[in-house]
Ligand binder design. Structure first.
Ligand SMILES: [Fe+2]
Length: 243
């Protein structure tokens, strides 16, 4: 996986297409920045390392990739859709809309280990994480997930995990890199990846991913509770699964 450190000039002050005043639309992000200024620099010009490369997963990807060819195997997910009973999250979602994101450009297709337990087994077991949730994502060209942090509230609520329990999320690529497929972790652009490459963001690191290419982008998140086994497996930097 190659890394480029990029300079991003985010100008929220004007938008000539819609005439929106984006300086009024960044309150959640600005609050986060103030609260977390001791945890990260929030300076797009700095060459920082904002994620950890964990290694490569060596398993047979074909059964999963076959499943992912058929869109009927997925559920549609839109990052700008409101979630009932999650006021804080909905406030962030509203902010995505103000930035210009829509139902169309934030759509992704998702399937989980609960939908296809047998096919997902290698992708669940390799990590050694407990309470492991796996999601495979398909993004068509023109679709992106806006600049956000992972709250991990879903898994905490699902399994009743308190805030002092250490939950991590691995991001995994399911195919070799294709033109137009990008992942931005803090100040680091990831591209030219190899099938099976796994990264982990630094805690509370903002990130975004998009497909501005010519073929669907296939990725995966693996989320779970850190265990002694998962720590040992991470040290090896090579992940596999045997039945
Ligand atoms: Fe995320």
């Amino acid at each position: 996986m190659k890394i480029d450190v990029t300079f991003l000039s985010l100008d929220f002050s004007k938008n000539s297409m819609s005439g929106k005043d984006y300086s009024q639309s960044t309150s959640n992000f600005e609050s986060f920045r103030k609260e977390n200024k001791s945890n990260w620099h929030f300076d797009p010009s700095i060459e920082s390392n904002d994620y950890e490369y964990l290694g490569r997963l060596d398993v047979d990807f074909n059964p999963l990739l076959e499943l992912m060819k058929d869109d009927k195997n997925f559920k549609e997910f839109r990052m700008v859709e409101e979630m009932k009973g999650h006021e804080k999250l909905n406030s962030r979602i509203e902010e995505f809309r103000k930035w210009g994101f829509t139902e169309h450009n934030t759509k992704s297709l998702q399937m989980t280990d609960k939908d296809f337990p047998e096919v997902f087994k290698p992708f669940k077991e390799f990590s050694g994480l407990d309470f492991c949730n796996v999601v495979a994502l398909k993004q068509y060209p023109g679709q992106c997930l806006p600049w956000h942090i992972d709250t991990l509230v879903g898994i905490r609520n699902e399994y009743g995990l308190s805030n002092d329990i250490n939950i991590v999320r691995y991001s995994l690529v399911l195919e070799n890199w294709k033109w137009g497929h990008y992942f931005l972790a803090g100040n680091n652009v990831l591209h030219q990846w190899t099938q099976g490459d796994i990264i982990q963001l630094l805690p509370n690191m903002h990130h975004t991913t998009c497909n501005s290419g010519i073929e669907p982008k296939l990725t995966m998140t693996v989320t779970g509770v850190v265990t002694e086994k998962s720590i040992e497996l991470k040290k090896l930097k090579h992940f596999t699964y045997t039945k």
